[in-house]
Design a protein around this ligand. Sequence first.
Ligand code: T4K
Length: 382
Amino acid sequence: MEKFLSNLEPFKEIIFVTRPVLPKIEEVTEKLKDIWEAKWLTNNGPQHSMLESELENFLKVPYLSLFNNGTIALIVACQSLRLSGEVITTPFTFAATTHVLSWNNIQPIFCDIDAETMNLDAEKIESMITPHTTAILPVHVFGTPCDVEKIQEVADKYGLKVIYDAAHAFGVEIGGEGIGNFGDISMFSFHATKLYHTVEGGALVHGDKNLKARIDLLKNFGIKNEDEVVMPGINGKLNEVSSAIGRIMLNYVEDERQKRKLLHEIYDSELSEVEGIKLMPKCGEDVKLNYQYYVIRIDEKLFGKSRDEVYDEFKKYNVYTRKYFHPLCSEFTCYRQLNSARKENLPVANKIADQVLSMPMYGELSADDVKKICDILKSMRR
Ligand code: T4K
């Protein structure tokens, strides 16, 4: 028998950190009929073209290229800007961000993060620049925008490119402007676990027509026409079924965002007074958030339990939280020998990685579910 710290009953079914938003099956079969009729399953088909322009409108960006996932998109982004040498990035992110640099033979240079936003600390970037630095790769982690102005200022001063990993930031805006308009290129992930998805998928967005042509060549093996292959490209194409699902999902995204906004508000109000629990960072009035994730930080001394103890205790109640992003990328065996990966160079990131916990967040959760999750958490406090 499990020992519980409260008299709250465990959830009957597992509460995952997230669940995919599923469109009505009839809407999907309807679109499948069109695809079957056209007998065009991939390679820049009609669903793909329509989704590209629909997403350009939705995200308020000039140019968008679809991809089969966000990781391949980011690999191609580095290729398209011909990055080499060293790129300054955050250790507090999903493995893909750093691995993409390795796949381009680029050395990741880890820079510490901001204690509030958990994003790359823009004030520290300048001190990490060397003659080998070619770019900055920040992440809008959990959908909180980076300090885009300061980052651009540093990039301009040293002639560096900026690629944003905007995997978490679908639909986020600053002052009415789509988040994809900052930097040279931004990458969005359309993975099933994201607020908006195409089952698997992703996109690169930017403001340069010539860059779109280069990116589109790179994602299709570098094939220009039947007689010419002009660069060493890869297969990064999004198929027609995923593109069609993406078109349907555009009608669901705002409803899902509103549902998550309400759940955010419940977490905020239930947990704001709990000593030892730090809530999501607050953004300025001009920021439109997407509410994709809800992340807390647990101060072991003040709360009386460590993040790992809380994570284990939640499981007994069938609540499967996640430790995004622990371990830090700088702690992976493939990167920890790097000078910039040393713990003493990354004090904030190391502290946060030990405290952070992603709470269940998806529109299907009810207000009562979230209140109960908060009650379970509160019952753990010592
Ligand atoms: N950059 C950043 C900052 C990213 O966060 C990511 C991806 C990328 C780049 C790369 O983009 P992609 O190449 O993936 O497009 C998940 C996602 O797979 C990954 O896309 C995402 N970040 C990352 C933060 O989360 P895992 O390994 O935690 O996923 P998994 O399979 O454990 O799923 C999490 C939970 O979601 C499960 O416990 C249950 C639920 N789930 C998941 C799937 C796949 C479902 O209910 N149904 C499902 O089909 O990485």
